[in-house]
Design a protein around this ligand. Structure first.
Ligand code: DON
Length: 310
């Protein structure tokens, strides 16, 4: 396994890829995301022993968007167990864009193919326990607070509202799944929980800490306290490999080889078992929805330190 990376090395790699920050485009289908600064670039590595090294815009927060799907899956598994969760959502990659509705109608049985696409993630968020929207959101927030060790973690109200007001496709997916009995609860309430979940804000170090817990088999790096049962942490990392980078997961596995989950804010969470978590952030996205500069930086880190798990 790779040696520890110094701050100087990490900073050099960040400087190498910096000219690429202008390539790609900020996600605009959630209007509030357009306010991100395209020049922002940050990277952090959190090791399984709790040490951390970070460079770039380390003080800024950004929303997790689809990166949150890995963590909501862990909570749903802890709430309901594997058998129930996978009775409602599948385990297979799609090869379709993350927002696609096509396979919901054509797959048999009619359930979303995996928890990393929007349909699957909506089905998973529907399972998060709580008596009402605020209790469910609070349980999600508390889970993120435990995983990052920061009790102030919250969601960005403006981004959550902006997505809720424009979530026409996610509404369609959810109402379709309500009809087919995958979604049990009220769809508008689900949308509210889901948009708040996606709008949870973290710093780059907190992002890499999420990956470190997964890399440490679900245990808090410094204390060894179990936060996610090991088997569920393994399931989450496996989905990161097979479905985490949308319909670019195959090429990413070949080129970079790190279990990873991307979000349309430009965040990417990586996790390498026994090594640690890697967070990268750069808001401009390629046509598949992955951060252009983030991809380059992850490739650079993986190449330089032989981090590919394959
Ligand atoms: O549901 C959405 O469209 C966003 N909140 C998250 C999308 C995202 O980051 C990529 N999805 N896999």
């Amino acid at each position: 396994m790779s040696q520890k990376i110094t701050k100087k090395q990490l900073n050099n790699w960040l400087e190498d890829v910096k000219p690429l920050v202008n390539q790609g485009k900020i996600a605009s289908y959630i209007p509030a995301l357009e306010r991100q600064d395209p020049n922002d670039l940050a990277v952090s590595i959190s090791y399984v022993n709790g040490d951390t090294v970070s460079c770039g815009v380390t003080k800024k927060t950004f929303t997790l968007q689809s990166v949150s799907k890995v963590i909501s899956l862990a909570l749903a598994l802890m709430d309901h167990g594997e058998e129930y969760v996978f009775s409602k959502v599948g385990m297979e990659p799609t090869g379709d864009p993350f927002y696609s509705i096509a396979k919901l109608e054509t797959s048999n049985p009619s359930k979303p193919l995996n928890p990393m696409i929007n349909a699957g993630a909506l089905a998973v968020t529907d399972m998060i326990k709580g008596k009402d929207v605020s209790e469910r959101v609070e349980r999600l927030l508390n889970f993120f607070r435990n995983l990052t060790g920061d009790s102030s973690i919250h969601y960005n109200t403006e981004v959550a509202t902006s997505e809720f007001d424009t979530a026409f496709l996610n509404r369609s997916l959810s109402y379709f799944m309500k009809q087919t009995n995958i979604i049990k609860g009220d769809v508008e309430e689900l949308l509210e929980v889901y948009c708040k979940q996606c709008a949870i804000e973290v710093t780059i170090e907190q992002l890499s800490t999420l990956g470190a817990v997964l890399a440490n088999n679900g245990k808090e790096p410094r204390t060894g306290r179990e936060l996610i049962p090991e088997h569920f942490a393994r399931i989450c990392k496996t989905f990161m490999v097979t479905c985490g980078m949308y319909d670019a997961s195959g090429s990413f596995a070949i080129e970079v080889g790190i279990p990873a989950k991307s979000g349309v804010s430009g965040a990417i969470l990586g996790s390498v078992k026994g090594f640690g978590g890697i967070g990268v952030y750069g808001p401009n996205l390629n046509e598949k929805g992955n951060s252009v500069v983030g991809l380059k930086l992850l490739k650079r880190i993986s190449d330089q330190t032989q981090l590919s798990i394959f």
